[in-house]
Write a protein that binds this ligand. Structure first.
Ligand code: FE
Length: 176
């Protein structure tokens, strides 16, 4: 009887422990247990094949970051998000924007007037859909983030128009 009770006790707490672990994909060091390439401190450039990204990224992040999909306006988690902190690349953890460079834009996507570091992002010309635009990609993993336009506010006059799904926001309390 004691053995049965002990087995039930151990099973119950093992289940609780495992459930807790599976729901927490981000470790204390802000690394991802499900994505070994994610790091907010490692600045090494990543040059990985598409098959690897498909394996380590959630499908919605993968479709935007690697296949240049665009989320629908006014549907992303950050288009009207406010709060002090940092926005990181959701695919690789690269620090991209500070919240103090975010501004309220009527476009329906999170918009920033400058990047956190000059090399946080890289640019490519994009002539798809009959438009001449400049694509913004992550400076570390090369993932598609969005586009840049010249109708932003001072001091830069730029508008980095980003997809929420490829951004990770961390509030100030945790980034200190
Ligand atoms: Fe990235």
């Amino acid at each position: 009887m004691i053995t049965i009770r002990l087995t039930i006790f151990i099973s119950f707490f093992s289940t609780l422990f495992l459930t807790g672990c599976s729901q927490n994909a981000t470790t204390m060091n802000n690394e991802r247990t499900d994505n070994p390439y994610y790091s907010r401190t490692d600045t090494t450039t990543l040059n990985l094949p598409d098959s690897v990204w498909k394996k380590v990224l959630p499908e919605d992040v993968y479709e935007v970051a690697r296949h240049k999909e665009t989320e629908r306006a006014f549907t992303g988690k950050y288009w009207n998000h406010t709060g002090t902190g940092t926005y990181y690349c959701a695919a690789c953890g690269n620090p991209l924007f500070r919240s103090d460079s975010k501004f309220a834009s009527s476009c329906g996507w999170p918009s920033f007037f400058e990047t956190l570091r000059k090399n946080s992002v890289v640019y490519e010309s994009d002539n798809s859909f009959g438009m001449e635009r400049t694509e913004v990609l992550c400076g570390r993993c090369g993932g598609h983030l969005g586009h840049i336009f010249d109708d932003g506010p001072p001091p830069t006059g730029l508008r980095f128009c980003m997809n929420s799904i490829v951004l990770d926001f961390e509030g100030e309390e945790k980034t200190k």
